[in-house]
Design a protein. Sequence first.
Length: 130
Amino acid sequence: MIKEGKNVIYENDVFFAVTPDVISQRYQIMIYPKRHVESIFDMTENEIKEFINVTIKVGRHMKKVLPILSFKFKLNEKLQMLKPTKYHIEHIHFHIIPRFKGQDSEPDYTNRIWLSDYEIGEIVNKLRFK
């Protein structure tokens, strides 16, 4: 889902934020710790603090460059699945899903949108920290 770092919009020593190639809402961002962590309960106190800092930094940046009204935040831990899917992630990750001004209803978060390399590039160019 991350193509050789091309999807990365922000990175520090502990976390990175990317636009995934499969999304439920345009401009959705995912934040991952660089260290393999399966659960929030496995994160150190410093990682949790930095996770909050990165989330706020990325969210504020997104609001500066896009007409975002609010966000939906979703934290996923390692899932114990009988039949893992192609997009199953065995790593803690955090979704930042924007809600846009003028958006009539809540997006269908079960609907998956596959982005082309071109679309990913457009989103990354708009959201990448400079």
